[in-house]
Structures are given as C-alpha cells and as structure tokens.
Write a protein that binds this ligand. Structure first.
Ligand code: AMP
Ligand code: MG
Length: 332
C-alpha cells in the first residue's frame, strides 16, 4: 500500500492544526494568560489542534479510530465554559459554524485504546507544551499504526528552522514518512516535499547529540556520561518535543537520547510514533534505551520499553553499549 490518500489528509490536517497553534501563540501569549491555568494558550491550542485533526480524520476516514492525548473532561468541568468559548473561537476559523457539541465530539473521537490488531491513528496535538509556552519548539504529531506497526508519520514543527545552522532563516516545516517510501520535509506553507536523510557520521566523537530541554523528561546527567564514553565533543542540542526526531532525520544531529528519570514512567505512543518512522525512513534506527524495538501494539503506552535512543543507524550499537554501561542492566 502506498497510503497516498492517508498521507494527503494527514498533512493537510496537521497543517491546519499548526496554523491554529501559531495563531493562538501569537494572540494569547502574555504573562497573564500563561499563568492562568484554566484557559492558558497551551490548553486552548492543545484542545483546538486535537479537534481540528480529529474532525478532518473523521470526515475522510470515519472507520479508523484515533488514539489521542486529550479528552473533553476539562471542558465539561466547572469553569470549563470560558475555555470552551476560547477554543471555539479558534476552531471556527478552521471550521466555520462549529458548535460546542461538534467540538466535544471531535476531541473525544481520540479516546480509542489502541492495541495489536487493526488500523488506528495516534495523535499528540501539541507535543512539547513547555516549549510552546516558552515560544520555542513544539510539534503536532500524527501517525497511522497498522497491526501494531507505524506505517505513516507526519510531524508539524511550526518553529523549527528549515536549516538548523541558519536559525534566522525560514522556519516552520512538515516532515513526513511512509513505510518503505523514505522521509521528506516541506516548508509549512508549501507542498513541495524534499527527501531527507540522516547524517553519515561513523565516528561518535563527531556526532552531535540532542535531548529534552526538560531534565525531568530525560536525565541530563546520564546523557552527559554517555556522551563522555562516546567521546562526543559538542555540547548537547536541547530541543523540546519530537522536533528531536526531526533533527536526527535531517542529519543536524546524529544521536537522540531520552534516558529515564523515573522508574515508573511509561512513554506514550503519540510521543514517538510519528517521529520514529520519520527517523527510520530517513535511514536511522530507533530503539528503547536498552536496544529493544519500540512496541506500539500494547495500547496507549509503550509499556514494553524504557527510554528512547535514536541514531543515524551507523553508530547505534556503540551508543546502546554506552547507554547500557551508564544505566546498568535495566533496573531503571
Ligand atoms: P520533551 O519535549 O521531549 O521533553 O517531551 C515532552 C513529552 O514528555 C510530553 O509529551 C510528555 O508526555 C512526556 N513526559 C512527561 N513526563 C515525562 C517523564 N518523566 N519522562 C519522560 N517523558 C515525560
Ligand atoms: Mg507529548
């Protein structure tokens, strides 16, 4: 299968959701709105983006269920009225006339449990909410999973420079991949995809690595120890969200380390499905921190895995050995 129609719809849906996020970010970000928890811009954009994408997917593929991060319980709670009104304002720019019922139905379409059989979408409407709040990197991440394997991924990165070496050049891109069909990138406002590929670095000393900005999401101490073992010279590139997978897929960095900070944290499928297929189709390898294949067949979480390591493929084994040395044999 070439997933042509799924890819077309997914790209358009992600593009519309990115537009909504950009509008929310530019119109609402101020000290006051950021601090107010109930209708902070990130909450408005999170729900708005999920509603837009689920509605588009339901329209084109009514029989494919969706595993998405958010649900409407917060909108229905006391005090949810103001938030709902705010989300509707932005959603109506994409779907004129959308009402509360339509909004809630679209958001709650994302309540599927996932699993080993059949086909479903998985969506993170805003991955990297902390980055969104700081005005830095975040991603809209959508993937299609078939019989437990990711077959298509779309990553919208509204703030990511097209070229990391030219941070003041153009920014905003969509990365895509289809199983067996390679990975591509296009600017957010164009439809001319260009092939992307991972770096060809074989010497780990020359391999730049990236990790979360938030040390609560990935252990900076452990990654510094891994980098030390590998002789990596450059300081870590810290980026929020699945934009880390994007920079590996484009060859800007060669190693992505996500090393556990908590014993009981379980990664979510929507945080890795789109990014992982994009890196793999760009020629890289993605496993967990112990070298295990990511298992997307276990429901809404990656309960069979711990941490993430993504590389250009050429240095994967060396990186996994260094990570094992730092983490020990799987106790974290
Ligand atoms: P990042 O921007 O890469 O730091 O990751 C953002 C994602 O981290 C969010 O979507 C959360 O689902 C996820 N997250 C939250 N807590 C943790 C944790 N303790 N360890 C790893 N990931 C986490
Ligand atoms: Mg996320």
């Amino acid at each position: 299968m070439n997933y042509e129609s799924e890819l077309k719809v997914a790209v358009e849906a992600v593009r519309k959701a990115c537009g909504l996020c950009v509008r929310v970010q530019s119109s609402l970000v101020s000290e006051e709105t950021v601090k107010k928890k109930d209708d902070s811009p990130v909450t408005v954009a999170d729900f708005g983006a999920q509603a837009v994408i689920c509605r588009e997917l339901m329209k084109s593929f009514p029989d494919i269920p969706i595993v998405a991060e958010e649900d409407s319980s917060e909108l229905k709670s006391e005090g949810g009225k103001a938030l709902t009104a705010r989300i509707l304002e932005f959603a109506a720019e994409v779907f004129p006339g959308i009402d509360e019922e339509g909004l809630v139905a679209a958001i709650d379409a994302g309540d599927y449990g996932g699993g080993a059989g059949g086909t479903f979408w998985t969506l993170d409407p805003i991955d990297g909410t902390k980055g969104f709040l700081r005005g830095e990197q975040y991603a809209v991440a959508l993937a299609l999973i078939e019989n437990g394997r990711v077959v298509l991924g779309v990553l919208g990165c509204p703030n990511l420079p097209l070229d990391l070496k030219q941070p003041d050049g153009g920014k905003g891109c969509i990365l895509t991949a289809v199983k067996g069909g390679g990975a591509s990138m296009r600017p957010l406002d164009h439809n001319t995809p260009k092939r992307i590929a991972v770096s060809d670095i074989e010497d780990t000393k020359l391999a730049p690595f990236c990790e979360s900005v938030e040390s609560a999401h990935s252990s900076h101490g452990d990654s510094a120890r891994v980098a030390g073992l590998l002789g990596v010279k450059a300081p870590p590139i810290r980026i929020d969200s699945q934009c880390k997978y994007a920079v590996i897929a484009r060859g800007d960095a060669s190693i992505y380390l996500r090393l556990p900070t908590k014993k009981d944290y379980v990664e979510k499928i929507w945080d890795h499905a789109a990014g992982s297929i994009i890196v793999e189709e760009a020629g890289g390898i993605v496993t967990d921190a112990y070298g295990k294949t990511l298992d997307f067949s276990l429901g809404r979480t990656l309960s069979g895995n711990k941490g993430i390591v993504a590389t250009n493929g050429l240095i994967h084994e060396k990186v996994i050995s260094a990570v094992s040395e730092v983490l020990g044999s799987g106790t974290k």
